[in-house]
Design a protein around this ligand. Structure first.
Ligand code: 48H
Length: 258
């Protein structure tokens, strides 16, 4: 059989638009495919929710690929190791209470499990705004990342979601746009994004979990974004808090509104 380029083109175009059209309305839209977003997607999809992740970059994994300073190993504490074990990721004890794992194995495995559970990932798409209706966020406004990078004047498209999770990491992009443009006060001391503080690993890991919660109706923050929203410190390349935050946000959403 000889291959026809046009069949290849049509196969890609029709399969993509089938998928994109189906996922224009979802139960949960997750912004950012870093560790917290991927873990949240896994638990929500596993529980039967329709989940889409929108990721600005070509690659998934966020800041986990690079381990610490591009040394591609991550550290997790005892509590975080449970998540690595759940995914079957090899973890080695370094000192009591400190485990290491290969960062590439970690990203690939969690991403694969999230997708096998049913989550869909739309990479190269950036969330630039939200949809609002009567004081509530009801969806996301998306564009191709290359459009954003080239500064082209192209109008975006939208997706509707019952719940949204900001897992955009340090930049807290969804929460910032809500605070800036949607006239919705976030459930923080200032009503806005308080901003991340300097490094304190132990405190930061605890606060990441505490700060993982609904921050305005239907919108949750997890991972580094949760810490940045509430003015928590950074923790450096320890990833247990990110993994546990992804699990916690999924559990909160599955349990329904408080
Ligand atoms: C689409 C977007 C947008 C947007 C950003 O930074 P991440 O890895 O996020 P977390 O919170 O799961 O993990 C944080 C961790 O990697 C980390 O940085 C740690 C532990 N740092 C500690 C320290 O002290 O520095 O991933 C966020 C993802 C990235 O892939 C972005 O490209 C993506 O979100 N993203 N995607 N639309 N507007 N903004």
């Amino acid at each position: 059989m000889s291959l026809d380029e046009i069949v290849i083109t049509r196969a890609i175009a029709s399969r993509f638009f089938e998928k994109f059209s189906e996922y224009a309305v979802v139960d949960t839209a997750i912004v950012g495919a870093g560790p917290s977003g991927l873990v949240a997607a896994y638990f929500l999809a596993k529980a039967g929710k329709k989940v889409a992740i929108f990721e600005r970059k070509l690659s998934v994994g966020g800041g986990m690929w690079g381990g610490g300073m591009m040394f591609n190993e991550i550290v997790v504490q005892e509590e975080g190791k449970e998540i690595l074990d759940l995914f079957g990721i090899t973890a080695r004890e370094y000192e009591p209470g400190y485990y290491t794992a290969d960062s590439v194995e970690s990203v690939c495995t969690i991403c694969s499990e999230a997708m096998k559970a049913g989550a869909k990932i739309f990479n190269c798409m950036s969330v630039e705004d939200v949809i609002i209706r009567e004081g509530a966020v009801t969806g996301l406004v998306i564009t191709w990342s290359p459009v954003e990078m080239a500064g082209l004047h192209v109008d975006p498209l939208s997706v509707r979601a019952h719940t949204i999770i900001d897992t955009t990491g340090h930049d807290t992009e969804v929460l910032r746009v809500i605070a800036r443009k949607a006239d919705i006060a976030l459930d923080t001391a200032t009503g806005g994004v308080m901003g991340e503080r300097s490094m304190w690993a132990d405190k930061a890991e605890q606060l990441t979990l505490k700060n993982t919660r609904e921050i305005c109706p239907g919108v949750y923050a997890a991972g580094m974004a949760a810490n940045a929203a509430f003015g928590g410190p950074r923790m450096g390349p320890i990833f247990g808090g990110m993994l546990l935050s992804g699990k916690k946000v999924a559990e909160l959403i599955l349990a329904g509104p408080e």
